[in-house]
Ligand binder design. Structure first.
Ligand code: SF4
Ligand code: SF4
Length: 470
């Protein structure tokens, strides 16, 4: 048998302490706190409206984000959020490398949490390896069972938190207590429980290596000034084992202890140079700094640095000049470009939110027939009006028409019932049919503007259309 593929070795990341590990703990606590806690935040929007601060109400076709309400007609705001998220990611990557992957990506955060559970129940790297390699004893069975049980509970809580974003969280908990949850909720919780369990418990680094497209195209955002994890080759090599009291003369500072490799959640050796698998988590820096402190050498054999600084240092060494201090170039064409797009899209979105109207009017001219000649000789055009009342109060409106001088404006509600006032209940869409009747004018097609005037606030919404006659 010829094996065409090398079997993927299971990775057992070892515990490590240090600055970047602490940053990762802090990021994990904050991000998981936001994810699990946000659906419980309340925001008073007045009567008859949900008071959940962040809610995607699929039944009511509305998105709520604190004071901002997004109607289906305003889906462009969602597009703006997606553009901001994508360009924000490019911007962060151009400056700080794969900081998103290392600290904030859900795959990293949940995997980190699952590894912590594994370590808590089964012990650190060597104990976990021994347990996996050993026979199935009672100890192995209960430790494995407990680990998987906790993973499943975390998966269930994760799926549960997800559905809270689409339903009123306290009502859903009440439904859970009374065993009256909708089928769709159960399906979503089940799917997310299993996907979390599988992705963070088993797939782990393989998602970053083989499934995530971002790992593949991130290099397009890198340049020589992007922060990357670097091994100081010129200082570390030639590497080799070192005993206390041995001279450092003629050798590098790397003692080949493999600490940087065994803590790596991706299972790579950063001394081989920057690799696409590296998620820039900085744990190898913590591991190596701990070793350097123990052997009383300066920290920073592995560190965050830019390619330009590395080249400069190598040049210093070659020309035997004093080492130049590394520096960051924050302002570069690509960072300015990304920042400009973020500023532009952010300003447009802010403007759209601040100038958002309380009422929207849409007018559709009936095309079949385009006009009707009445027995009196007058011409009538029919229109469908949609009035969106985005406020939390019932509203009445007057309709005015500009562009022609109609003899009559007849408004009809559903079922063609004539109405004298255009009234739309709070948070809803009113549909009306309007007939414009006029004497024959000069032009065959006139532009008309429908104006909807809120009788309580005087605010106006308008929509352009046309009037057709023979
Ligand atoms: S932790 Fe530092 S000293 Fe140890 S192998 Fe890695 S680079 Fe070398
Ligand atoms: S090489 Fe270092 S920074 Fe990269 S993934 Fe491994 S531990 Fe994290």
């Amino acid at each position: 048998m010829v094996q065409l593929f090398e079997k993927a070795a299971k990775i057992y990341p070892r515990r490590v302490a240090g600055l970047f590990r602490n940053l990762k703990w802090a990021a994990m606590i904050v991000l998981l706190g936001i994810y699990y806690g946000a659906p419980w935040l309340r925001y008073d929007r007045g009567p008859h409206v949900p008071d959940q601060a962040i809610l995607i109400d699929l039944t009511g076709q509305r998105g709520y984000f604190f004071g901002v309400e997004i109607w289906p007609q305003e889906v462009y705001l969602l597009v703006g959020v997606l553009i901001l998220a994508a360009v924000g990611l490019f911007f962060a990557t151009a400056l700080l490398g794969r900081v998103w992957c290392g600290y904030a990506c859900p795959q990293t955060v949940w995997t980190d949490l699952f590894v912590w559970v594994e370590r808590f129940v089964q012990g650190d790297r060597n104990a976990r390896k021994r347990l996996d390699d050993g026979p199935w004893t009672i100890e192995k069975v209960w430790k494995k069972a407990l680990t998987h049980l906790i993973w499943l509970v975390i998966g269930m809580v994760t799926g549960g938190a997800w559905v809270f974003y689409f339903n009123d969280a306290p009502s859903l908990i009440d439904g859970l207590l009374h065993l009256q949850l909708p089928g769709a909720v159960l399906v979503w919780v089940g799917a997310l429980t299993l996907s979390t369990y599988f992705m963070a418990g088993f797939a782990r680094e393989n998602i970053c290596k083989f499934a995530c497209p971002y790992a593949r195209f991130q290099s397009a955002m890198f340049d020589r000034d992007t922060l990357i994890i670097s091994y100081a080759h010129e200082r570390g090599e030639p590497r080799g084992k070192h005993k206390r009291g041995d001279s450092w003369e003629g050798r590098g500072h790397c003692i080949d202890c493999d600490s940087c490799v065994v803590v790596c959640p991706m299972g790579i050796d950063i001394r081989d140079g920057l690799q696409f698998d590296c998620i820039s988590c900085g744990l190898c820096i913590d591991a190596c700094n701990t070793v350097m402190e123990k052997i009383m050498l300066p920290r920073g054999l592995i560190h965050y640095d830019t390619e330009r600084n590395q080249e400069r240092r190598a040049e210093d060494l070659r020309t035997a000049r004093l080492p130049t201090k590394g520096r960051m170039r924050w302002i570069r064409p690509r960072t300015v470009f990304y920042a400009a797009i973020i500023a532009l899209v952010g300003s447009l979105m802010l403007g759209a939110i601040l100038l958002r109207s309380e009422t929207d009017l849409t007018v559709i001219h009936n095309r079949s027939p385009q006009y009707v000649r009445l027995s009196s000789g007058d011409i009538r055009n029919n229109y469908q009006l949609k009035v969106l009342n985005k406020t939390h109060f019932d509203r009445s409106y007057e309709i005015a028409v500009e562009g022609i001088a109609p003899k009559a404006v007849e408004v009809m509600a559903a079922g063609d019932v004539p109405v004298t006032a255009v009234t739309v209940p709070a948070n809803s869409v009113g549909e009306f049919r309007v007939q414009l009747i006029t004497d024959r004018g000069a032009a065959a097609r006139n532009r008309v503007t429908f104006r909807l005037i809120d009788t309580s606030t005087g605010k106006v919404a308008q929509h352009a259309s046309y009037f057709v006659q023979p």
